[in-house]
Write a protein that binds this ligand. Structure first.
Ligand SMILES: C[S@@+](CC[C@H](N)C(=O)[O-])C[C@H]1O[C@@H](n2cnc3c(N)ncnc32)[C@H](O)[C@@H]1O
Length: 344
């Protein structure tokens, strides 16, 4: 490797000159001896420049420089050279961070590299635990299998969403941080005094976000879930967020819970996009005239969910207030939101 041998007292001035001419090689460490400094070169300086520096061709020497260790700046940098390049593209860098927990999607053909990827995620996110998705979200309680990859195997955590704190166990309950914006959109529509039914509340992120909003002192939220673990964490979250008295946690099948409960709501949240349609009749039955449904469905378009809402509400009038694509579910299929006002 070529370098420029310069007297110690000239070294700083010459280094700046080489830098200015962009011929100092920054990948290698500058070397020093008692009287000389050796500057790594990108190219040999021409005679004019050598003259300007008070040197001649003899100053260009072969030197064994030490390479600067490059610090990886992200997971991809870190994994470069550690997993085969052709597999790099297959590794989905998209991952969810829920509190102290990272949840990754790693395809099966990266099985051998999974722990390395897990360690990389741990290092670059600085979280406590890394898990890999081992199944799709399934079953009535909408959970998935997780495989522990790195860090501590602790799946309970507290996630921050806007100014709310949401405690949950990623192995036992459903929770998606990707719905944060949607929850804010709904919470922003709520009026003080509203009676709300959150039909599929999970650990209560919609309910907590609403109850935490300033100026909503008199909201009353009936938050229902069929998963006892979800209701356990909802109760924890009510305490954590100091919203006691605003949220009533109810365990059970929402159809049964509502039939046993004589409540009519100003708005009903139906975030169970796979099967919420089955609960539209019971929702309409418990919605006051002029109340709002926040209905969610997996769909390729808005027409189908709107048609279902209108059918369930008939003969009541339906005014569609808003329609949103909340997030992608699979190619061409969206988790869509319909805000619908149901009249008399
Ligand atoms: C997609 S998760 C939504 C949770 C929550 N709304 C959120 O945003 O995180 C759906 C929830 O509905 C609950 N669930 C499913 N069927 C139910 C039913 N028949 N009655 C009440 N809850 C139900 C599941 O246990 C799950 O927690």
């Amino acid at each position: 490797m070529l370098g420029l041998k310069v007297p110690k007292k000239e070294a700083n001035h010459i280094r700046l000159l080489l830098q200015e001419k962009s011929i100092l090689n920054h990948n290698w460490k500058i070397k020093r001896s008692q009287d000389y400094v050796y500057l790594p070169l990108d190219q040999i300086p021409d005679n004019t420049l050598l003259n300007e520096m008070g040197l001649d061709n003899g100053a260009v020497v072969d030197v064994g420089f030490e390479e600067h260790k490059k610090r990886p700046r992200n997971m991809e940098d870190y994994l470069q050279g550690r997993i085969p390049p052709e597999k790099m593209d297959e590794f989905k860098k998209s991952f969810d961070i829920i509190g102290d927990v990272v949840i990754l999607e790693i395809p099966d053909n990266l099985e051998e590299e999974k722990y390395l990827i897990g360690e990389a995620a741990l290092k670059f996110t600085k979280r406590r635990s890394v898990y890999r998705k081992k199944s799709a979200i399934k079953g009535v309680v909408r959970t998935r299998k997780l495989e522990h990859l790195a860090g501590e195997d602790i799946s309970e955590t507290i996630h921050r969403e806007f100014d709310s704190r949401i405690m949950l166990d990623v192995k036992k309950v459903y929770f998606s941080p990707r719905l944060a914006t949607e929850r804010k959109i709904v919470a922003d529509q709520v009026h003080d005094g509203d009676i709300i039914i959150d039909m599929f509340t999970g650990v209560g992120p919609f309910a907590i976000n609403i109850a935490r909003r300033p100026k909503l002192e008199n909201v009353k939220i009936y938050a229902v879930d069929i998963n006892p673990e979800a209701i356990h964490y909802l109760k924890e979250n009510i305490g954590l967020n100091k919203v006691q008295g605003k949220i009533n946690p109810l365990l059970g099948d929402v159809a049964k819970v509502l039939n046993d409960l004589d409540v009519h709501a100003d708005r009903i949240i139906m975030n169970l996009p796979g099967t919420a349609c089955e609960f539209l009749p019971v929702a309409v039955e418990h919605l006051k005239p002029g109340g709002t449904l926040h209905y969610y469905q997996f769909s390729r378009d808005f027409e189908d969910p709107v048609k279902r809402v209108k059918k369930a509400a008939y003969p009541r009038q339906v005014e569609i207030l808003d329609m949103r694509k909340v997030k992608s579910r699979s190619p061409g299929v969206w988790h869509v939101a319909i805000d619908a006002k149901i009249g008399h």
